[in-house]
Write a protein that binds this ligand. Sequence first.
Ligand code: MG
Length: 450
Amino acid sequence: MNKVNNSMTGRRDLLKMLGLGSVGIVTASWGSIEPPASIPNSTNGLSPLKIKNVKAIGTAPGYSNLIIIKVETTEPGLYGLGCATYTQRALAVVSAINNYLPEFCIGRDAENVEDMWRALYTSSYWRNGPVLNNALSGLTDALWDIKAKRANMPLYQLLGGKTRFAIDCYAHASGRSPEQLAERTQQFMEEGYRHVRIQQGGYGGVGTLGSNPDFKDAEFGMAKDGFMDQRAYLKSVPIMFETVRKKCGEDVELLHDIHERCQPMDVINLCRQLEQYRPFFIEDPVSPENMYWFKQIRESTTVPFSMGELFNNVNEFLEPIANHLFDYIRCHVSQIGGITQARKIAHLGEWFNVKTAWHGPGDCSPIGHAANAHLELASWNFGIHEGGRFSEKEREVFSGCPTIKNGYMHVNEAPGHGVDINEEEAAKYPISNRAGNWTVRNRDGMIITP
Ligand code: MG
């Protein structure tokens, strides 16, 4: 990847002839030796770089459909990879990438990432949806990868260098009972984690709380639809926190995801009860459709909040951040516009002391995790990294995955974001149209935001 191109080799030969030695001296010598007129100073002597091919690679080595974009360039062997994972509609993203991006991108400059982002964003006229957002994020993140490879630097260097030696992560503990959860939390603490998210059952306690709902007896909806007993959930969460705090003590930070499943006033009452257990943050207390409740929620409790997993656009963050309505920026980087846009939200957060907590469960590929991690290394207002534990199968498909030790994530120091894909291995795990079941109903059958 770090191939020196023909023009660079030519310059090196010329300098050798002049007795000026190594490439290192070339770089340091721009002040005194003018590059050829045909190569602009701004590229440090590298020749123009065009996009030669764009394609989607779908793979599911774990439980999620993962989508990767590969961008090949006119420099032999130089390519970039970006995560475009929208696991619930993976085949639609693959179609958007393979049917629209090659014609749009081939022959364009691979260096101008911001220009490419805006060109793609506006090219569909109607915009701001998850399928196209993921396609353009994956494409432009692949261009960031290419740029960093060409610079022969890890990506975080292009984003401003490190602000910390490694990245604090939180693990996911779940259990069918508060006691099981406490045991699992203890295990993560023994592995070195300082932050653990605690969930009893599925989101909203699905699977562990409540009896057979009336809508199922009435044969309303589909047999596989989920059921959430909101009253049982609201009662269970303080008990869960109390049990885990008692067993695990004060030396662990506890997180919890409401996953937008409660009514605003119920959120306020719940969070007031949780204050005594000092949660690190409560995630997505209400759905984005209820943002107008946030001021009242904020004024009613001291519990910190993370918000924005379902936001689609950087503009949605402007007003809440400027009004300090939540403490942690929570969005899926390949949904919000990739590194190009996520770093703008992170910078916006700097002005208001709002930190980052990018979305990172199993439907974020190792390449997506690496993108999050490089942003986190370079952002002083980084808050916490979600997940990042990869299975053996995932590591066979993706080489160079970030690693976790003592609860800290480390990226490898290879040029770019550092993660590659083995396409033969990836093909062993084809993606499917399985979308998971995100239909959740109340007792009478009313659908709850999932
Ligand atoms: Mg969440």
